[in-house]
Design a protein around this ligand. Structure first.
Ligand code: PLP
Length: 386
């Protein structure tokens, strides 16, 4: 296109609709968060911004219930923070045991392999969790440097129990790495009590902020492992030894922080602190219980047994004869409501309904149940009402 043809690129202003995002993420951002993001940017070295960074760190520690000094939002989505945990603590040739109970466990396996780890996969069927016995056996047999688990497996709706796993890792001099992307803020979790050494999350699920930041935390045992690495962290951007100088007392430039996203995260965490962590956990549980009861009243089946069911994400079995994808598309197009389709082993078998952050409220449960009541019968008869 020539320099004179700019008129061809002159588009209308952005006009995205208001959707209700009840899928696996992103969830809706709280209006207060969006207002905060709209503030004019400061420099990433402005003293006022440096103060804001401290506030975000302090509130993140609260959200995770950790005293870890090194707790920061990584510039990037949850996967960037995920990669940061591995890049910093796994050295080539080291063994990592990964608990695979769904799609995101597989992503951990892929990442660990790329950083040269000897990866041992310990798997459970999609819809189940791993037992302490199984994990104990794996750790005793393979003596890994790191055990990586997904606390809230968004692809299946399963919550991985953590009882005893922290002690197991300490007893075998192994770091415990935990994916808390779909649990932070919505699922009971106290990182230090659970003896978790490394964890990551995202901004766009339980925290009611748009995607763009990946909370990351590293405890003293993980920091020590980073300090005694034999080689450099093979990823410049995510190298915490470099980032430490920006987030620590020196405040030297590493990369330009996405300052407006951090405004948003600050407001999102402020909302969480106003509500109180335990109240937020209880709210997520209460609203999901309402959803489960409503779905079951309608004759729909849930994929995960109550004992391991996540309060942030519910997998609902697609009734026989219903085209699940077509139904989800119909809800989005006709009603502006998003629910998620199945992933991996569960593709075509379940819908994924997220009630996370600000979206976890009775009105949303009611709206979705009413929509299912209204729209599903036509799809059950195979006559897609499109
Ligand atoms: C969403 C998700 C991720 C990836 O986060 P992104 O923000 O999409 O990069 C990782 N793990 C789990 C369990 C998730 O649900």
């Amino acid at each position: 296109m020539s320099v004179n043809e700019a008129h061809r690129l002159r588009l209308d202003p952005i006009a995205t609709p208001d959707r209700l995002l009840l899928g696996p993420g992103p969830s809706n951002a709280d209006p207060r968060v969006l207002q905060a993001i709209a503030r004019p940017p400061l420099s990433h070295l402005d003293p006022l911004y440096l103060e804001l960074m401290n506030e975000v760190q302090e509130m993140l520690r609260y959200a995770w219930q950790t005293d870890n000094r090194f707790t920061i939002p990584v510039s990037g989505t949850g996967s960037a923070a995920m990669e940061a945990t591995i890049a910093n603590t796994v050295e080539p040739g080291e063994t990592v045991v990964v608990g695979v109970i769904g799609y995101f466990g597989k992503r951990l396996v892929d990442m660990c392999g790329r950083y040269g780890a000897k990866v041992v996969e310990v798997s459970a069927p999609w819809g189940e969790a791993l037992s302490l016995d199984t994990l104990t056996q794996a750790v005793e047999q393979h003596k890994p440097a790191v055990l990586a688990l997904v606390h809230a497996e968004t692809s299946t709706g399963v919550q991985q129990p953590l009882d005893g796993i922290g002690d197991l890792c300490r007893a075998h001099d192994c770091l415990l790495l935990l994916d808390t992307v779909t649990s932070l803020g919505g699922v009971p979790l106290k990182l230090d009590e659970a003896k978790v050494d490394l964890a990551y999350s995202c901004s766009q699920k339980g925290l009611s902020c748009p995607p763009g930041l990946g909370p990351f935390t590293m405890g003293p045992r993980a920091e020590e492992k980073l300090d005694r690495r034999s080689g450099k962290v093979p990823n410049w951007y995510l190298d915490m030894s470099g980032l430490k100088s920006y987030w620590g007392s020196q405040r030297t430039y590493h990369h330009t922080a996405p300052v407006n996203m951090n405004y948003g995260l600050r407001e999102a965490l402020r909302l969480l602190c106003e509500e109180g962590l335990e109240n937020s956990w209880a709210r997520h549980r209460r609203n999901s219980e309402e959803l489960w009861a409503g779905l079951e009243r309608m004759g729909l089946e849930l994929h995960v047994p109550l004992s391991h069911r996540l309060p942030t994400l519910t997998t609902v079995k697609i009734p026989d004869g219903v085209d699940g994808k077509a139904f989800a598309t119909h809800l989005l197009n006709k009603h502006g409501v998003e629910i998620g389709n199945g992933l991996g082993d569960l593709a075509g078998r379940v819908w994924r309904v997220g009630l996370m952050g600000t979206n976890s409220k009775p009105e949303n449960v009611e709206r979705l149940l009413n929509l299912l009541d209204l729209e599903l019968p036509a799809f059950r008869q195979g006559s897609a009402a499109a």
